[in-house]
Design a protein around this ligand. Sequence first.
Ligand code: PAF
Length: 274
Amino acid sequence: MHVHRTVDSLRKALKSAGTIAFAPTMGNLHAGHVSLMQQAHAYADTVVSSIFVNRLQFGPNEDFDKYPRTFEADCAQLREAGVAHLFAPDESELYPTPQQYFVQPAPAQDSILEGAFRPGHFQGVATVVTKLFNIVQPDVALFGKKDYQQLMVIRNMVRELAMPIRVVGCDTVRAPDGLALSSRNGYLTPEERSEAPRLHRQLAAIAEAVRAGQTDFAALEAAAVTHLDMAGWKTDYVAIRRQSDLQGAEPGIPLVILAAARLGNTRLIDNLEV
Ligand code: PAF
């Protein structure tokens, strides 16, 4: 695997790479990331990844500084998964001057759910992903469904801005007890880690109720919030939405149940398609 610290070095190497499948990351890789890299091989000649902890998508009180940086272990996993080129720029390479041009997602999609609790987050994601797309120029880009709203924003951005890229969403990888793999799981204490699968269990219970014909979505959402809060969580939202744009749900269309809740100091998100 070739590690590129500069845009120039990566661009030169990719000239003769054939078709490119790209899976960007912020590092601290787990089996979910590895699964993206493995799936990427089916879509193109060359698999490219990136590791860059993007300051633009973190709020002032979020975990940018303490976000786990595990570069050597990450490289070993990427090599093992057959990634040919890794782009791992410093901040000074990707943002040599403070970024002043931004990609602003549609307000209706940016202001809801995660966007309501993390103002500016999706603008930061859309901006860095656009920049990475311009640098890598992939044919296909792969993102995990764990960050469902991020995937929706990127899909819609690519379509509306006519970027010539096929976006592929990949299934969330879970621990045997159901907890969605996430770099932030590493923040959990042992007690919190054993409590954490409750989030997925709540989503699964709602999915079951929806499949069984329950249509009072507001009641299902409220019951799940109460249940989580009673178990010691601080729930930001549990929401049943339509998959395409995460707006209001109606029975009979493809739905997704999304949740975000804090366990101690760790904010977890998860979702389940129905
Ligand atoms: O999902 C992530 O790891 C990040 O949001 C991404 C897409 C790499 C952009 O920084």
